[in-house]
Design a protein around this ligand. Structure first.
Ligand SMILES: [Zn+2]
Length: 405
């Protein structure tokens, strides 16, 4: 173990109402520290530059997704455990990634690091681009707050002696930089309005952070001019109800009804699928990004939540991932509960691929439960599908109205 602190992994076994816990012998395979293994995250040979060309990083092996590294990120690997590799991002930060995403670079490759040079913000009509010159493709993280975006760069020191930006830009009101640790640099943009969306890509050795301007919304007709992408959940897979209704059939019907309602209110609506052919998860969010969706909503019907009896815990729930999408999830949950009249299970933050693309606010609705006979019957009926669709359309409209203020 060398100079690494020992840490214990806990294995938890739940059978019915009984829970057993045990310390798991955690054996770290520590790599040679004198000759750090410099790796690249799955070299992006296709250079797609899409937001889904990402490797997820976790603070603990197999943990919650905390970093989204673009392919081509270069880092130092210091340990391996099972199918996980530990990356030393900076002296104070480690991330665990899947071994399968790690490609070793030639021995003797210098570890990433160096100086962040002066940055430039280039305003455009629909977005602004922050260009950050870097010594190499160092690991980074974008941190989002209500009216703030912070770019955290690992393994680098700051030589940012100037930041250039259009002082008259109405959206980015202030930029600042800091060096919170010897080898971490943060660049923070204060915004005049809410965060709507962002994405990152490499341009040579420069990191580009593109920030979307929020749409201009008419509070009396909040859907007018908006582009909404509706994703009918599945296939492949999808739950089956007790009398045989298949989730993808119900969600497509609901999505088509929602499309009609939203279009009547002035929106352009695109569906990620219009028949029962299977579509993978990433092509769905890529489709929404390519069409510059203002909002993405993925429609589902719930099956069995882990370890919970669906006959005592069923109803409406809505999931989101990015902070800005919490208001969308809340509005959808409220509208669906009113329309469907089932129990409110509330909103939650979920690690779902459909709500992780950072280019737009997005939410995933679990309006009803396939497993509950009455709710399955509702999902099978034109009336029930229209109610679900009305909830989705009203939820999106209320979210946009709130953003117009
Ligand atoms: Zn589903």
């Amino acid at each position: 173990m060398g100079d690494e602190p020992l840490c214990d992994a806990i294995v938890e076994v739940i059978v019915g109402t009984d829970t057993a816990r045990a310390v798991w012998p955690l054996v770290l395979d520590t790599l040679d520290r004198a000759h750090p293994a410099v790796i690249v995250l799955n070299d992006d040979t296709a250079h797609t530059g899409k937001s889904d060309s990402l490797t997820v990083g976790k603070a603990v092996p197999y943990g919650t997704y905390n970093w989204f590294f673009p392919l081509g990120t270069i880092a130092v690997a210091t340990a391996r455990w099972g199918s996980q590799t530990r990356l030393q991002l900076s002296r104070g930060a480690v991330a665990w990634v899947n071994n399968a995403d790690v490609v070793a670079l030639a021995p003797g490759t210098p570890p990433p690091g160096g100086i962040v040079e002066s940055v430039r913000l280039v305003p455009g009509p629909r977005s602004l681009v922050l260009r950050v010159p870097l010594p190499t493709h160092v690991p980074f993280k974008v941190e989002e707050e209500e009216k703030n975006l912070t770019l955290r760069l690992y393994g680098v020191a700051s030589d940012v002696n100037w930041m250039q930006y259009g002082g008259t830009d109405p959206y980015v009101t202030r930029m600042s930089y800091a060096q919170p640790a010897a080898d971490e640099v943060t660049l923070t943009l204060a915004l005049a309005g809410p965060v709507w969306g962002y994405r990152t890509r490499w341009s040579g050795r420069d990191l580009l952070l593109e920030i979307r301007r929020p749409p201009v919304i008419d509070p009396r007709r909040p859907l007018a001019g908006r582009t909404i992408v509706i994703d009918p959940g599945h296939p492949p897979v999808g739950a089956h109800g007790p009398s045989g209704l298949w989730e993808p059939v119900a969600t497509l019907a609901v999505a088509q009804q929602a499309k009609a309602l939203l279009e009547r209110a002035g929106a352009t609506v695109l569906l990620t699928r219009t028949d029962s052919n299977p579509v993978d998860l990433f092509p769905r969010t890529r489709f929404a990004e390519e069409h510059d969706a203002d909002v993405l909503v993925s429609i589902h019907a719930n099956a069995l939540p882990d370890g919970v009896n669906p006959f005592t815990n069923n109803g409406t729930s809505v999931y989101y991932f990015h902070p800005r999408s919490a208001a969308l999830a809340r509005a959808l949950d409220r509208a669906l509960v009113v329309e469907l009249g089932v129990r409110d299970l509330g909103m939650g933050r979920g690690d779902y691929a459909l709500v992780r693309n950072p280019w737009f606010p997005s939410a995933l609705t679990e309006g009803m439960f396939m497993m509950i006979p009455e709710q399955e019957a509702m999902l099978a009926s034109p009336e029930g599908r229209l109610r679900y669709a009305r909830g989705v359309a009203r939820g999106i409209e209320e979210f946009l109205r709130g953003m117009a203020r």
